[in-house]
Design a protein around this ligand. Structure first.
Ligand code: ADP
Ligand code: ADP
Length: 225
């Protein structure tokens, strides 16, 4: 678990500036949702927190460390994508174990963490299946399992529920929230869905055209007289 400090962060692609000096302080264990219309810069900001995108100005720190000073292999974050990004040729168990294998973790530790994650996410009976043999919701659960197996300092979610049908979306909101209450991992979650933001976030950051328009607890933002 770690705080995330985003200070005067800017991003340009060529001569086009898409993020204009964003400041966000995220506390240890907080669940923060970035919300706003398509194209406002949410994913770009998330990718910069992940260190997947260079920063044009300002600074992002995870705990005491500046993101871009930490070599990629030592970055202690896990990201969950909209399209799940599972490896099609690997079983559920192998998908979940993969990042720890890359890090050469001992097999006993990998097995223990995979089985704990499978239990938390209700994947015990699916460990030998391949992604194509799973429903959409199950795939998204495996993607989350892969993230929690690593026990990262920070979880990043990029529109994780957008490909699911309405009923499953509501169910997965509750599951993700419960997962957060259990693990208390600092989370930054991107969505364009205001209801998701309202029901899941400790703090909502409303973005518009590359700036932060509003920031606060759900009731502070949406329950004004
Ligand atoms: P959101 O996630 O809020 O939909 P993005 O962060 O994806 O927004 O995009 C913000 C802006 O940056 C958009 O105008 C988008 O077209 C632009 N953009 C995103 N990625 C690139 C890129 N690789 N090259 C050029 N422009 C990009
Ligand atoms: P969704 O519409 O939510 O994606 P599906 O209709 O694909 O769900 O799947 C419904 C159920 O059938 C799920 O429990 C899933 O695990 C199971 N299932 C889907 N495809 C296969 C398959 N190829 N082999 C075994 N089970 C499958």
């Amino acid at each position: 678990m770690a705080s995330v400090q985003i200070a005067d962060v800017r991003k340009a692609y060529g001569s086009t500036q898409v993020i204009h000096g964003v400041d966000i302080d995220i506390n240890d264990g907080e669940f923060v949702i970035l919300v706003g219309p398509s194209g406002c810069g949410k994913s770009t900001l998330l990718r910069m927190i992940a260190g997947l995108e260079n920063i044009s100005g300002g600074e992002i720190r995870i705990g005491p460390k500046v993101v871009n000073d930490v070599p990629p292999k030592e970055r202690d974050i896990a990201m969950v994508f909209q399209n799940y990004a599972l490896y099609p040729h690997m079983t559920v168990a192998d998908n979940m174990a993969f990042s720890m294998k890359l890090r050469k973790a001992p097999k006993s530790e990998i097995d223990e963490r995979v089985s704990k994650a499978a239990q938390i996410l209700g994947l015990n009976n699916l460990l030998e299946r391949y992604p194509r043999q799973l429903s959409g919701g199950q795939r998204q659960r495996v993607a989350m399992g892969r993230a929690i197996v690593r026990d990262p300092q920070v979880f990043l979610f990029d529109e994780p529920l957008s490909n699911l049908d309405a009923k499953l979306r509501v169910q997965m909101r509750t599951e993700i929230k419960e997962l957060h209450q259990r693990l208390k991992t600092t989370t930054v979650y991107v969505t364009h869905d205001q209801i998701e933001a309202m029901t899941m976030a400790d703090k909502i950051v409303v973005m518009h055209d590359g700036i932060v328009e509003q920031m606060g607890a759900p009731l502070e933002l949406y329950d004004r007289p």
